[in-house]
Design a protein around this ligand. Structure first.
Ligand SMILES: [Zn+2]
Length: 395
């Protein structure tokens, strides 16, 4: 394809909605060369394709590629954690395809102890066809004996923390930290205390930054959130039990929030899968309501909200999970522009990735949809075509 012109009814450029089409979006040799509104004097060039809605390729900020979130058999999931490496690689390759099929062209893996994420990153760099870009942390870090064995290696004292972070930084694109444990849904509170105290967390952030790495922390509950904001973690993942004072600090410091509604929502919607009783379902409901309330407040306060689904977690399939996440943000009260920015321009800006905004001069990294999400958010599931540079992928 030398030149291709998309005749778009409307488009989202990464920040703003352009609703008054038609627009001619001209792509020459893989680069967006011209965007014009209305019936231009210049006739469309090259191959002309009607495109109901155009937006940048999406980013998934939090998933575990080596895990199959659609597998609901808990015994099978447990056995899988000691499966042969080849089997895990196969699952990872399938996860990548599922992401791409949902319009995701940039993925940040959130950690795996086997390093399948790093191996997939190498494979992708040697692939010729259209693919998603992958940021991989390799292994995450945790405290010895604490939560996260399937994704993180153990550290003990300050010396071991420093040594581990420096070693991981040699191959990691970002540093993933397990700052807290997980939620006890029967009690509606966190399991165990924080994994790293304030001075340890500051040390982790300092060393990661020395190596040019951003930090993202698995963190929920007041104690952990307080440490995360005080230590200057770059992105808070999950962030359940949020409050207004933490939100204000995040806005102040420009700390991102990846809320990952999906895994908790699944347990609320399908309590029988986890054996939850009515009391636990009520706790899940309270936790989710608190989350909805604070996402909207954080977005209003200027906290960068970034879409990540925790796909690979129980009940969260790759690709589809991210679209669900956007639905949750919208339901929380975020505007559609902010919802779409959370999965396009915001993560790319925060991570220092090339812009995929729909504007002249940018390499094409875009999606054609059958309908506009501004008409119905479900249209986010109607991807017709992905264009990346000179390559196209049709559905
Ligand atoms: Zn995760």
């Amino acid at each position: 394809m030398a030149t291709l012109t998309l005749l778009a009814d409307s488009y989202f450029d990464g920040t703003r909605h352009h609703a008054n089409g038609p627009y001619q979006i001209e792509i020459s040799d893989g680069v967006i060369s011209r965007i014009e509104q209305g019936q231009s004097d210049v006739p469309p060039v090259g191959n002309v394709v009607r495109a109901p809605f155009v937006m940048p390729g999406m980013a998934e900020a939090h998933c575990h590629l080596f895990l199959d979130g659609a597998e609901l058999d808990l015994d099978k999931r447990k056995r899988y954690l000691s499966a042969p490496r080849d089997q895990m690689l196969e699952v990872g390759r399938r996860s990548l395809k599922e992401n791409l099929a949902s319009g995701i062209t940039l993925i940040r893996d959130a950690g795996d102890i086997h390093g399948i994420n790093h191996e997939l990153r190498t494979e992708l760099s040697q692939t010729n066809g259209i693919t998603a870009d992958l940021r991989s942390p390799g292994r995450a870090i945790r405290k010895a004996g604490r939560y996260g064995g399937f994704m993180a290696e153990e550290t003990t004292d300050a010396q071991s923390i420093e040594r581990t972070v420096r070693r991981l930084a040699e191959t990691a694109d970002d540093l993933k930290i397990l700052l807290t444990g997980i939620i006890d849904f029967e009690k509606g509170q966190m399991k165990g205390g924080v994994q790293f105290d304030l001075s340890e967390t500051r040390l982790i952030v300092k060393i990661a930054h020395e190596h040019g790495l951003k930090t993202f922390a698995h963190c929920s509950g007041q104690d952990g959130l307080q440490i995360a904001v005080d230590a200057g973690i770059d992105s808070i993942e999950h962030g359940f039990f949020m409050d207004r004072q933490i939100v204000a600090k995040m806005a102040d410091k420009g700390i991102a929030w990846v809320p990952t509604f999906s895994p908790v929502w699944f347990q609320y919607e399908r309590p029988e899968c986890c054996g939850w009783n009515q009391a636990s379902v009520e706790r899940l409901n309270q936790i989710l309501n608190n989350h909805f309330e604070h996402i909207a407040a954080a977005s209003d306060a200027g906290v960068p909200i970034v879409a990540g689904s925790d796909a690979g977690s129980y009940g969260v399939p790759h690709g589809r999970g991210l679209i669900d996440e956007l639905l949750f943000q919208h339901r929380a009260g975020m505007s559609m522009e902010k919802v779409l920015a959370s999965a396009t321009s915001t993560p790319r800006r925060l991570w220092g990735c090339p812009s995929a905004d729909i504007k002249a001069g940018n390499e094409a990294n875009l999606l054609v949809l059958d309908g506009s999400p501004f008409d119905s958010i479900e249209n986010l599931r109607s991807i017709r075509q992905i264009i990346r540079g000179k390559m196209q992928y049709e559905f």
